[in-house]
Design a protein around this ligand. Sequence first.
Ligand SMILES: *Cc1c(COP(=O)(O)O)cnc(C)c1O
Length: 395
Amino acid sequence: MQVYADNAATTKISDHALRAMMPCFEKFYGNPSSLHSVGQEAKEVLEEARAKVAACLGCEAREIYFTSGGSEADNQAIRSAAFYGARKGKKHIISTAFEHHAVLHTLNALEKEGFEVTLLDVKEGHNITAQQVKDAIREDTCLVTCMYANNEIGSVLPVAEIGAVCKEKNVPFHTDAVQAVGHLHIDVKKQNIDMLSLSGHKFHGPKGVGALYVRRGLPLVNIIEGGAQERGKRGGTENLPGIVGMAAAMEDACVNMDKNNAKVVALRDKLIAGLEKIPHCALNGDRENRLPGNVSFCFEGIEGESLLLLLDAQGIAASSGSACTSGSLDPSHVLLAIGRVHDVAHGSLRLSICHENTEEEIDHILTTVPQVVELLRNMSPVWRDLQTGKREYIL
Ligand SMILES: *Cc1c(COP(=O)(O)O)cnc(C)c1O
């Protein structure tokens, strides 16, 4: 049995999105900037897609800028707030310790350019509170950037409360909502979100395309200089097939969200309940405020990498830590940020499911993971030391 349980890394494109894209290759191949009718037809298709994306977020079409993905949107949002903040002498940014690297590495670069960054602690409840944000805001704060939902451990942040605090203090609020869009109900106006990043391939759209929502009136700097596309804020001929596929996937995900989530949450909770029976393990992330499809565990006395390889041999595609850090030997910064020590963080497993996963697949995971964990523990010198009492259990 083949089970794809790595939907937080990327999703399979839906038939609906794929079908929506085909006419962009076959019929609407014009350049939306061209003045002839072939170009203007493509332009119409582009603007229809923009309206769809805006409708799903509760904003105006002109507040949507298409990008090459979530990473570019994060870079542009943060760089923009930093640039315009610095002009007013404000060079302090607030974020969290468990952001995606697209955010954290942009903040690292800004620190080298003289900005000061406060990363909020996420050990308590594997989440942050709006009060933490409120306490961290200073006179010179030019941006609060907190993710909507964490890609590794699934915690969903109190975004509306953070938005209210930022509005009250008059500080721009950006959220990396790449894991939330298409999975959670979002209304940028009600939630007081000033900027929001999203990415097509995390909700069954195509890869290499995303969007940045920016509240009307907030200024942007360009990451990609070029032509006048995207109201002069993002140069380069628009990726029309990608944009149209993303908009179709987003509309589909938003229309079917409640139905899909009812199924996904039931499967998720079955997985969590089953895996929690394994001795010396711990659930990562916020138990209550959690992404519908996220299951994340640490198992003491094993290596996450070996676990993944053995699961793959049983047909299960999963992840440990984030796909972006795999290949390096450092444990995930997210697991370290929630307080998992190195040894424990190394034994992590993330299963991220979607509405296409079946009960049979979940049962396959639930019989396979305990077997594989036991197999690895029986080969592990660390596990032997734990069992003989030479080492103390942490979990
Ligand atoms: C996947 C992801 C990104 C990066 O999006 P890309 O479109 O792959 O660049 C950023 N933030 C989070 C939380 C993600 O899960």
